[in-house]
Ligand binder design. Sequence first.
Ligand code: NOJ
Length: 733
Amino acid sequence: MAGWIRFGTLLIVTSASTSEGAPPYRRAEATIEARVEDLLARMTLEEKLDQLHQCGTADLNPNNLASRADEFRATYGSYILGGSPTVLETRNGLQRRAVEESRLGVPAVFAADVIHGWRTILPIPLAQACSWDPVLVEAGAALAAAEASAHGIDWTFAPMLDHCVDPRWGRIAETFGESPWASSMFAAASVRGYQGEDPAERGRVASCLKHYVGYGASEGGRDYSFTDISRQALWEWHLPAFEAGVRAGAASVMSAFNDLSGIPTSANPYTLGTVLREQWGFDGVVVSDWNSVLQLVRQGFARDGADAAAAAIRAGVDVDMADGLYREHLAAHVSSGRIPMETIDDAVRRVLRLKFRLGLFERPYAERNHFTDTRPDTERGAVALALATRSIVLLRNDGTLPIGGDARIALIGPLATERAALLGSWAQYGQPDETATIAEAIERIGRGRVVVTSVTEGCPIIGDGEGKDFSAAVAAAVASDMVVLCLGEHAWMSGENASRASLSLAGDQLALARALLDIGRPVVLVLVSGRPLEIESIAPRCAAIVAAWQGGSKAAEALASILLGDANPSGRLAITWPRVTGQIPVHHGSRPRARGGDEGAYRDIEDSPLFPFGHGLSYTDFEHGPIRLSAAQTTLDGTIEARVLVRNAGARDGTETVLWMMQDPVARITRPAEVLRHFETAEISTGEAREFVFRIEPRVHLSYPDEEGRRLLDTGLVRLRVGRQVVEFEVVE
Ligand code: NOJ
């Protein structure tokens, strides 16, 4: 129906009237499927293949757009953008060509790596997981979506759901930790945050579950490496978070770089076809990772680019990111009959469906709004601050923290004055110069309560200092009551292509720590990093140890508020913290060793991690009552309730997380030593108590996958642990 609306002095013609006489695919009132079919029927093969091409845009800006026009055909389906002051204009410029200069006017879709924020940078995902708060993680994703979408981004390549137990792998920073159960919860939360009810809503973006699948098992923690994963392990550890993301309605999935036991994941008919499409019914877009189609050649799976393109599209990769092999070779494959036209059409359908779903035909251009303002407002800062604060994990404390009482603090270490390092990798449009350093935040927030006597670098983050001269740092420490020692990594030392052979403190940092510990002043060690670091040799001598991770735009303020006691730490490790690099992999899900006690353990270190999965201290004392079960047994299809009363017996309000760990001692396929099956976080005021409840359904919480993903469930004894308490119940027929 034609119509118009008067809005102030503007006369807005409604979309119904514009679509009169237009082809069906242009009619907003038609169903998406009808529009897709109509448009597809009008497209030439060349236009279809352009839709399957995703193009990088390195160094593109509004000024060179016209001169580089040949690189960017108006019919290309999608583009990857990065954060820059002119990203919105660049995007709209490319879009104008797609809409106005292509024969059918199909809008392009614009993607970016919005991994932990766009302008307001949130903590890295590994840190976010340590908050154990999916609601907060969802709010973070929603903020990231709002900022990115205001800059013209329609589609984020997030959340990253890889399972990894090897912190040498740089991308462990991008994971939600080592529990597939927790990753599944954070996967769903992120998808909700990015997409909302409908990704077409203003301020939302389409999400992309990546990297499908098994990439986190990269051999030796080296990036882009072989991954040897049994089918059972694939179902147990690597697939669950993706399945959760698909069930949450994710619009897309990214196939990965890794060779999965001989069949690379960007050409793997089992993971892409049997599991994703057939078993999970996923009908969204599958996009390759950057050049992962071309890489099939290097991996020895395809003879050449033509072969690689055929293998990828046949396995189910719809969109070819960056390498252009689909455009180059698929037309010939269609004419020779190697690839049926129907395969191409199905892939194009999924791309068009995404564009209609995003409302791009009705609203192709991005518009500035308050999220494109130069400086994020306080509300945006508050989300980042809350997440950063909740992500910080207090690993050790002899009572030195929180700092108060006019303490005279020597702030030492190369991370005390860093800005970019706090943002972490993939910081996109994050602004280091708007990010406070740890020194600035402690001085500002602690003014009048503590005295910062000096700020001393001590040594650089990497590289050997000339003759290891720590005299300035030592003098600063001697002249103060205590040392806050900020050590760790540059942003670029973790993330993609940033694996490390060792988790040790780089450069002279360990030597600096030892020199300061030798003085005898209390040392509060603050670690800014994208992974756990090797600190076993100094940990027992530190008065306190804080894992601050890479906390984003508000990292320094969050840390200062915890050190100074304005906030009570509540983060818990979402990943096991190894003692030494050689202990990797060490994680809560290992299978029990064949012999008990310390038989088989390393002879040169203690047989435990430095800090276990779930570890984290508070400034208050939480007393856990006994775990109470509603019954001693349950049937396979029954339920049983477990409850634990937690009392805040300390002097401060605090936030407690209860992690429910389960152990199934005897099963048809051996089970991990423990698995996490439920978690809950709650604020508990001092003197108050809160009951945490876990409603156990054996089919959901105890069943486990076989090598085809079929769920098995056994009768028998089960152990349930919260903290140091363990109870047993029985599952019967
Ligand atoms: C390669 C990375 O592996 C992936 O995570 C990212 O989304 C793409 N590049 C696009 O930038």
